[in-house]
Design a protein around this ligand. Structure first.
Ligand SMILES: [Zn+2]
Ligand SMILES: [Zn+2]
Length: 492
């Protein structure tokens, strides 16, 4: 491997004659910072806390070169081989299937690029990646920024206090809050504390709809804070603000930018915490920063960390309205797949459906695969017209969800939990085929969590119809009962 300086590497990427790729070179250490150099403030503004390619920057070569020579820029690989495997330095992808080769105009050769983050522009073997290594871009403190007159429940207040301690320390924290605990309000006082100390705060989530739902609430609570709302196509992309709400992918543009990074993953169901989000979070937060996880169903790995006291944890076992979680009931329904093939609904399920229709009570019906949805709808139709199905890739998804929300649909058959905005005040839930492996403990807890969120209707039924009880079903029920007994014990 050829050892070169960053400056050579920079020239290399512009000088096609050399016929070498960055990925085939290793870099000499960065020169020490020359504090007498009058650096470009615009470049500092663009690059501080970020991780950008030369295409994102589009600055003259001479400007980049002088900053490299004086130690104000750090140059790194885009795509390169790490321990023998291809690795993307922007998104952390190391899955061989997610790389491809194209004939590259820049290096004039076949060049490997990352398909995983291609929507942010192509990053390949000859793409240099820049970070700022000059002076930090300080943020002026913002005092008394919170404008909110609501009250926290006892459980929320306890978590809020813990969060403030974690930000001050700083150390990481898991906020284990049941579905419907009111997570957003827990964050308010901690964010205020961080902004008053001149810290940058980011809330990251895998889902755009969560970003869109949270942003007006944060704008109202912190009207004077500089807010960036980041998702594919947003105007704020690449902005460095004091308060940021971002999707996973937009977070990948940042590097050591945030003092407080809050990861909201609970509503990412049915996907477990996206690995890209974890990679992005590690990269985007400052090494000494606070990492706060919000989850209703933390992974076993995270729970073990808590048990071994490697991670602080605060639990909110009760919903903000103070009522306990509805506990699921198990109902054996026989071989429902066979029944569906014979165009029949198992009797126990049919009874439940007829009961919902008699009482005119809305309900979600979850099934393990898309192929079952229409079969189930067809079997309910003779008894009730107000039944429909929807799944994640359904082109009419928005309209169907709206109809359900407006009460025009009584029974909605679906494979996946819908947007977190889909909270039907007074509804029940049934899972058909709860023994299917797609219904993990956390999925089943999340599904049960759809019921009873509204203070006027804190109750509701949750039925797991099954053809053989599974460990996941039992664990989900234990999980819910444990939270309920904790809520009673701690009186919150
Ligand atoms: Zn190339
Ligand atoms: Zn990538």
């Amino acid at each position: 491997m050829r050892i070169i300086s960053s400056i050579d590497a920079l020239t290399l990427t512009y000088d096609l004659q050399r016929g070498r790729k960055l990925s085939e070179c290793s870099f000499l250490p960065r020169p020490p910072l020359d504090t007498s150099f009058s650096f470009n403030k615009d470049l500092q503004n663009i690059l501080y806390g970020r991780h950008l390619t030369n295409d994102d920057l589009s600055l003259p070569l001479s400007e980049m070169q002088s900053h490299l020579e004086k130690g104000y820029l750090n140059l790194d690989y885009g795509v390169f081989k790490k321990n023998g495997n291809w690795f993307c330095n922007r998104c952390g992808n190391n899955n061989l299937n997610k790389f491809a080769v194209f004939h590259c105009a820049r290096c004039g050769e076949n060049c490997t690029y990352c398909r995983s983050c291609i929507m942010m522009g192509r990053i390949c073997e000859c793409t240099p990646f820049f970070t700022w290594s000059g002076p930090a871009l300080e943020l002026p403190p913002l005092h008394n920024s919170l404008v909110w007159s609501g009250a926290l429940s006892a459980g929320q207040a306890n978590a809020s206090k813990k969060m403030i301690e974690s930000i001050k320390a700083p150390r990481s924290l898991l906020v284990w809050a049941v579905c419907g605990a009111g997570k957003t309000e827990i964050l308010f006082e901690g964010i205020q504390e961080a902004l008053a100390a001149g810290k940058r705060v980011c809330i990251a989530t895998p889902r755009t709809d969560v970003v869109l739902e949270l942003s007006p609430r944060l704008k109202n609570a912190f009207p004077n804070a500089n807010l960036a709302v980041l998702y594919g196509g947003s105007e704020d992309r690449g902005k460095l603000a004091s308060l940021t709400i971002s999707t996973t992918h937009q977070l990948l543009r940042y590097n050591q930018a945030f003092d407080v990074l809050i990861i909201d993953e609970v509503d990412a169901f049915p996907y477990s915490l996206d690995e890209t989000l974890q990679f992005a979070a590690e990269k985007a937060r400052k090494p000494q920063g606070t990492l706060i996880y919000l989850s209703a169903t933390p992974s076993k790995k995270m729970q073990h960390k808590v048990e071994r006291r490697k991670l602080d944890c605060v639990k909110i076992p009760a919903r903000y309205h103070g009522h306990t979680l509805p506990v699921p009931s198990f109902e054996w329904c026989g071989n429902w797949r066979k029944a569906l093939e014979k165009r029949k609904l198992p009797q126990t399920i049919l009874n439940w459906v007829l009961n919902q229709i008699d009482n005119q009570k809305q309900a979600f019906i979850f099934a393990p695969r898309i192929e079952f949805l229409n079969k189930i709808v067809d079997l309910i139709k003779p008894f009730c017209d107000l039944v429909d199905s929807v799944h994640a890739e359904d082109p009419e998804r928005k309209e169907k969800v709206l109809a359900f929300r407006e009460g025009k649909t009584l029974l909605l058959v679906t494979t996946t939990i819908l947007e977190r905005g889909v909270t039907i005040p007074n509804s029940d839930v049934a899972v058909l085929g709860a023994e299917d492996s797609i219904f993990t403990e956390s999925a089943l807890v999340q599904i049960a969590g759809r019921v009873g969120r509204h203070p006027d209707y804190p109750g509701g039924d949750v039925f797991y119809f099954h053809y053989g009880k599974t460990e996941a079903m039992i664990q989900a029920k234990n999980h819910i009962e444990a939270m309920n007994s904790l809520a009673k014990k701690s009186n919150i």
